[in-house]
Design a protein around this ligand. Structure first.
Ligand code: ARG
Length: 403
């Protein structure tokens, strides 16, 4: 029988390294490993590429997706001020559709009929991969060995030593970690007891907030919602994130410890660090406060939340996400100007804003001389604005004892 061809999303870690041999045997397949560089840092990608071959992959591909990730995924998230449950900047949620897109391209290029990933059956990532892959090429089959063919942790470790795989099973971290340029997620291990405080060891993008350090002042310039310069020097989206990861990270900005509602129904403890994302979102939100018309801004908050939940739930390749992005891009026109921000002691605090397209009017807002707001008009406005409330309240006092 002809061999199957499988494209595997490869991270270089224990699970996906074992999955190469596991899939080869289980499915009588040639395995093509595909490793995506989404700015996770850490190990050299060439080392990862070679390891896949050493573990038995027939081919091993490394893709540099950093710029595409920053421009096509992190930037829309910034424009949407994407914070799931008001806190989590959808770090892993953003990389999965991009990786899926490239897995599909590689599968088509290598004439593979199966795509594989190392996710368990309990998380969101399996959903994001499989819904995305299904949307892009519904002819592909999907196999997840950890979930579908009993590749438990113990069995993976046994498999690695039986087959002399070039991976140090003792180096396996007690946590499940996923990281990219937009941030880093740390879960499991002692964090599963939600009463346990995080320890300093788990962090790598941020230093501990330190109130006695000197603050770092940064000027971020935006054009139509896009960060285009830092301290007056032009930057790409990727450069903006990387620079703020370093600078905000040094001040412990963007540490998040929360219990989160997963799509699969489980509540889970998550610790994140996303210094660049939090600094950028904080700056962007404040600039929109200055430049975006009130009705649009109020409506956009609902759109932002819907966008975020959609992306969290793995529904990137959907008509609704595309349509919401069109709305958001239109709304962001004019979110242009500068934000001055202080990075210090775990916080990114806006201290100044300026914009040629500002809707803030000093003359209308001031309580000092120069006031152009005709206060006498407010009395009549309130009378009419409050009329239905007054009428309903009078009626209810009569029929509902005032409640
Ligand atoms: N809970 C987060 C999310 O669903 C983070 C997932 C991190 N993934 C991982 N394999 N550790 O987006």
């Amino acid at each position: 029988m002809a061999k199957n061809r499988v494209v595997l999303a490869y991270s270089g870690g224990l699970d996906t390294s074992v999955a190469i041999g596991w899939l080869a045997k289980d499915l009588n397949a040639d395995v093509i490993a595909v490793a995506a560089d989404v700015g996770q840092g850490g190990e050299n990608m060439e080392v990862i590429r070679q390891r896949a071959l050493d573990c038995g992959a027939v081919e091993s591909v490394v893709l540099d997706l950093k710029d595409e990730f920053a421009k096509e995924y992190c930037l829309p998230a910034l424009k949407a001020n994407a914070l799931y449950m008001d806190r989590y900047p959808v770090v892993s949620s953003l990389s999965r559709p991009l990786i899926s897109k490239h897995l599909v391209t590689e599968a088509q290029r290598h004439k593979a009929t199966i795509v594989s990933h190392g996710c368990t059956g309990k998380g969101n990532d399996q959903v994001r991969f499989e819904v995305s892959i299904g949307a892009l090429d519904s002819s592909l089959d999907i196999v997840a060995p950890v979930r579908d063919s009993g590749m438990t942790r113990d069995k993976a470790i046994a498999f690695a030593s039986e087959n002399n795989l070039p991976i140090d099973v003792n180096k396996k971290s007690p946590y499940s970690i996923d990281q990219n340029v937009w941030g880093r997620a740390i879960e499991t291990g002692f964090l599963e007891d939600i009463w346990n405080a995080p320890i300093e060891d788990i962090y790598s993008y941020t230093s501990a907030p330190n109130a006695s350090s000197a603050p770092d002042e940064v000027l971020i310039s935006f054009k139509d919602g896009v960060p285009v310069a830092i301290d007056g020097k032009p930057v790409s989206m990727l450069e903006a994130i990387m620079q703020l990861n370093t600078r905000a990270g040094a001040h412990g900005v963007g540490r998040i410890d929360m219990v989160e509602d997963r799509l699969v129904g489980i509540k889970s403890r998550e610790v994140y660090e996303a210094p660049g994302a939090i600094a950028l979102i904080t700056a962007h939100q404040e600039l929109a406060n200055v430049t975006m018309e009130r009705e649009l801004a109020r409506f956009k908050r609902g759109v932002d939340q819907r966008w975020t939940e959609l992306v969290y739930d793995g529904l990137w390749f959907t008509p609704l996400r595309r349509a919401l992005d069109s709305f958001i891009n239109e709304a962001e026109i004019g979110v242009t100007g500068d934000i001055r921000m202080e990075l210090h002691a775990g916080k990114a605090t806006v201290t100044g804003r300026r914009s040629e397209q500002s809707l803030y009017s000093f003359d209308l807002a001031t309580y000092d001389t120069g006031d152009t707001f005709d206060q006498s008009m407010a009395k009549g406005f309130i009378e009419i604005f409050g009329m239905t409330t007054k009428l309903a309240a009078e009626r209810d006092r009569k029929y509902r004892n005032g409640n």
